[in-house]
Ligand binder design. Structure first.
Ligand code: AHR
Length: 621
């Protein structure tokens, strides 16, 4: 039964003289898992799919030519290369006459922008003389074209071309047509092709889609946890994430079945994740496998290489250029250290097996690298480990009601003598597949609870960050890349507003408000649960420059009158809300929901719109 009627009295009292605790400078960060084509097909700007002909069909032991088609009556088939690296043994053979070739459809089509440049490369050998490379869209004249001469020869050679788009289209394909020398006659020619790649010339660090990096940069993340998630564990140890297999020559990295149902290139490996952290100014938080997958556990007497992996990843990221792994980093083009600060050992691992393996790896890291902040999993029976200095990673996936209700107060009483990293949280039920206003407002109420309790909660990240809009095994996600743009879940706006409005000190704030009761199902659990939700919720902080920041959330679907005490004067008021509880963005309407800021005089009263996050910033006078 909803009480919280419009006109009921809500009283928010800020006490600027009472500092509850220091705020955590790194509180708001992001969690990047290679989930749902968020890397290949998402942030990684590579436009060609199955680019090195090393993709297998699902989990089967069969290579596939998926995402490629023949053109010009070509015969095409997979071939083995002689004396090639074990991870790079295959290529495609193309046989035919003038105009024979292959075409790649990319990740649900290739989005190109008029005037933009694209860098093409491929490895080729055989007796065709030239290659014509083009971007083509259904029903349109060719959008970009380049001719590459001198592709013939017995030895492999890498050829390049620049393609400039004369039109925009969200669904191009890349076509490679081959031609013999003019005197080639009617003979059947043959070429082998490998390592086909197409990147937008404006990719950040030559690797990442600029529009998506901009969406991340707007979140001003303090840290970036990577690369998972379940992706770190894999279903089996063979599929577990092992960072050493993701570095070095791009074409010699193992390609790998991803637990989220696609083939991953590892084109963004450990090194490139660190580059992304650097581009965003975010501290790296690497989550390393602890010798446990979903189905298997490495025996304790075989854990040596996992311990070594943990020590070596720190040396790779931070070690001097004359150290073993620091020199590998330098050879990859980054002599400066990356400043790895956080190391999480395991993801959602728990119980005795986890505690033993965590203790082993953590001891080795603590001894050699006391400067690294370790993170352990709160999963199943494991609630804490032996060292109170380590951060505990808590995960919450729930309903809007639970977030607004009991979870908003999860940290009001201390969990123990250690600090907390809320490593994954999101509303995942009772919401649209692209998220919804009410879900985002539920998360905002939960986040107020994290802000109020920064004496214990030090880091937090929404999950998951990205999903290609065409491949959503997990829903919802924060940002949805399409082939030529993206749209965001309303949770993105909430994340951005919390990150933009951080404090230095947490201030005492009290709220007198009504409550209402709901009963909803919990994801992954049978049955319904009761929730008691406070209509209006708050957090208050003082920023480093002395400004006062008050955040209020209206959890109801009616406007709420609020009496605001303890903070007055000229301020900025930012409101995030929407037309209905289910309001969300979509590919057709990517900008349906937006926050609005305006000057505002804090003089004791305000009315909060239904389902809203309202932030007042009152500068020092
Ligand atoms: O964020 C999606 C998944 O949820 C992560 O892979 C896993 O850690 C959690 O169960």
């Amino acid at each position: 039964m909803a009480i919280c009627a419009f006109g009921a009295e809500n009283i928010v009292t800020v006490d600027p003289a009472t500092v509850v605790s220091e705020a955590s400078p790194d509180l708001w960060g992001i969690f990047f898992e290679d989930i749902d084509l968020s890397l290949d097909g998402g942030v990684y700007a590579e436009m060609v799919r199955n680019r090195s002909f090393e993709d297998f069909e699902g989990r089967k032991n069969e290579l596939t030519l998926e995402f490629w088609n023949p053109v010009g009556n070509a015969e095409y088939f997979l071939s083995e290369k002689k004396n090639a690296h074990a991870n790079d043994r295959h290529c495609v053979t193309v046989r035919g006459k003038r105009g024979a070739g292959i075409a790649n459809e990319g990740y649900f089509g290739m989005g190109v922008r008029k005037g933009a440049e694209y860098n093409f490369t491929m490895a080729v050998r055989g007796d065709f003389a030239t290659a014509e490379v083009s971007l083509e869209a259904y029903g349109k004249p060719t959008i970009a074209k380049a001719t590459i001469d001198g592709v013939s020869g017995d030895e492999w050679k890498t050829v390049t071309a620049k393609l400039v788009a004369n039109d925009s289209d969200p669904q191009c394909r890349l076509v490679i047509r081959l031609a013999p020398a003019p005197i080639g006659g009617r003979k059947i020619h043959e070429a082998q092709i490998d390592h086909v790649s197409l990147f937008p010339a404006d990719a950040v660090a030559g690797l990442f889609r600029r529009d998506l990096v901009e969406k991340l940069a707007a979140l001003k993340p303090s840290f970036l946890r990577f690369p998972g998630g379940c992706w770190v564990e894999g279903d089996t140890m063979k599929e577990a994430y092992r960072w050493k297999k993701t570095i070095g020559d791009m074409w010699e990295r193992r390609t790998q079945w991803n637990i989220w149902k696609y083939w991953s290139t590892n084109g963004v490996g450990f090194h490139e994740y660190l580059l992304l952290c650097e581009a965003l100014g975010a501290k790296p938080l690497f989550c390393i496998n602890v010798g446990m997958s979903h189905k298997e556990t490495v025996p304790m007497d075989k854990m040596g290489e996992f311990v070594q992996d943990a020590l070596d990843c720190i040396e790779y990221a931070n070690g001097p250029v004359d150290s073993k792994w620091g020199s590998v980093r330098a050879a990859a083009g980054h002599p400066e250290p990356f400043g790895l600060k956080y190391l999480e050992i395991g993801n959602e691992n728990g119980g005795k097996a986890y505690e033993e393996r965590y203790a082993l790896m953590a001891k080795a890291v603590r001894e050699k690298h006391p400067e690294i902040q370790l993170v352990f999993d709160n999963w199943k029976e494991t609630k804490r480990v032996d060292d109170p200095k380590d951060l505990r990673d808590d995960h919450f996936y729930d309903t809007p009601d639970a977030m607004m209700g009991e979870l908003a107060h999860e940290y009001d009483s201390a969990k123990g003598d250690f600090s907390i990293f809320v490593g994954e949280y999101a509303v995942v039920a009772d919401t649209h597949r692209y998220g919804s206003l009410r879900a985002a407002i539920g998360e905002a109420a939960f986040m107020l609870g994290l802000e109020r309790n920064q004496s214990q909660v030090k880091l937090a990240a929404y999950a998951p960050l990205f999903a290609n809009a065409q491949h959503t095994v997990w829903t919802p996600n924060m940002i949805y890349p399409t082939t030529d743009g993206c749209f965001v879940n309303p949770s993105w706006n909430v994340q951005k507003l919390f990150s933009e409005n951080r404090g230095k000190d947490v201030l005492k704030v009290s709220v007198s408000t009504d409550t209402f009761e709901t009963r909803t199902g919990k994801p992954w659990n049978k049955g319904k649960f009761n929730h008691t939700i406070e209509c209006v919720q708050a957090s208050a902080m003082r920023a480093a420059d002395g400004s006062l920041i008050l955040k209020l959330v209206n959890c109801t679907e009616t406007p709420q009158d609020v009496q605001i005490n303890g903070i007055a004067g000229e301020a900025t008021r930012t409101v995030f809300t929407g037309p209905s509880r289910d309001a969300h963005n979509s590919p057709a309407e990517p900008d349906a929901l937006k926050e609005e800021s305006a000057p505002f005089t804090l003089s004791g009263r305000d009315t909060l719109p239904p389902l809203s996050l309202v932030i007042y910033v009152r500068p020092t006078h």
